[in-house]
Design a protein around this ligand. Structure first.
Ligand code: ADP
Ligand code: MG
Length: 268
């Protein structure tokens, strides 16, 4: 997969595969293309060329449903990206409710068309079963959101606005907001880089819990200790390429590539 911005080759040909259950840490110097790579995975950026296959489907296929794709990939950013004009609870409920209501609307439209068709052509095509309602969708999303807040010990923050929270609390909420979509993969882009040092631990602990529960994840991080402990594989990126791809023990104790050695000697 390649990505260029104008004349700038940001990703120069990335080839890799990620299996269910893997925890991939991406490390490397600033500007090496780590964020761009993650953003291509969930189609926040379109690759310039190449192929990304997820669940057996090319995600840049014209037929691919971008929302269906994104809802299976939770994304967490360095700067949280919470909606500051919405309460914590609304932040978590927003996307699941929006998508479920859209699905419901679509089903109702399809049923309208089927009814018309049955009427005019004297056919008896079955309607799509609809076993939910607007109210039910909202109630379920609310229940999920409250359960997730409880999980991270922040149920008392459900009705406050993000500006009243610490960075660590904001980031943990951003993580459970992504989880509310029940994703198959979680993508983290330097989730602790914007935090005061005393808050890094609470966020890493939550990510570690998800890893232990078997979540597939790709995490761009400068926390080398964390990468070493949690990752099943480490990718070292430099200059738009994956320079080294290996088990954490090997990358951190016996890196093969001179550029990996040089990078690690600076950060460790
Ligand atoms: P990293 O996350 O490893 O620091 P990025 O993926 O953010 O690296 O950026 C890689 C390179 O691509 C950098 O040189 C950056 O300036 C450039 N870049 C990133 N996004 C854009 C963009 N939207 N337009 C132009 N250049 C970009
Ligand atoms: Mg980045």
């Amino acid at each position: 997969m390649k990505k260029t911005y104008g004349k700038l080759d940001v990703l120069k040909g990335i080839t890799t595969s990620i299996k269910p259950g893997e925890k991939i840490a991406i490390i490397g110097p600033s500007g090496s293309g780590k964020s761009t790579f993650l953003r291509c995975l969930n189609r926040m950026e379109e690759p310039t060329s190449g192929l990304i296959i997820f669940n057996g489907q090319g995600i840049t296929d014209r037929k691919a449903d971008i929302d269906a794709h994104r809802r299976q990939m939770g994304m967490v950013f360095q700067h949280f990206n919470l909606f500051n004009n919405k309460t914590v609870l609304d932040n978590i409920m927003l996307a699941p409710v929006y998508l479920a209501l859209r699905d419901l609307r679509r089903l109702k439209w399809r049923n309208r068309l089927i009814r018309l068709r049955n009427l005019f052509r004297r056919e008896k095509l079955p309607l799509h079963p609809i076993n939910t309602s607007k109210a039910q969708i909202k109630a379920e999303a609310r229940e999920t959101a409250l359960r997730l807040l409880k999980r991270i010990g922040l149920e008392d923050k459900a009705h406050v606005y993000p500006s009243t929270l610490s960075g660590g609390q904001k980031q943990r909420i951003a993580i459970v907001r992504a989880l509310a979509m029940n994703p198959k993969v979680m993508l983290f882009d330097e989730p602790t880089s914007a935090l005061d040092p005393e808050m890094v631990g609470e966020v890493l602990d939550l990510i570690r819990q998800l890893a232990d529960e078997g979540m597939t994840m790709v995490i761009v991080t400068h926390e080398m200790g964390f990468a070493r402990e949690v990752a099943t594989r480490v990718l070292f990126m430099d200059g738009g390429s994956i320079v080294e791809d290996d088990a954490p023990e090997r990358i951190f104790t016996n890196p093969q590539h001179p550029r990996t050695k040089e990078f690690l000697s600076k950060v460790l």
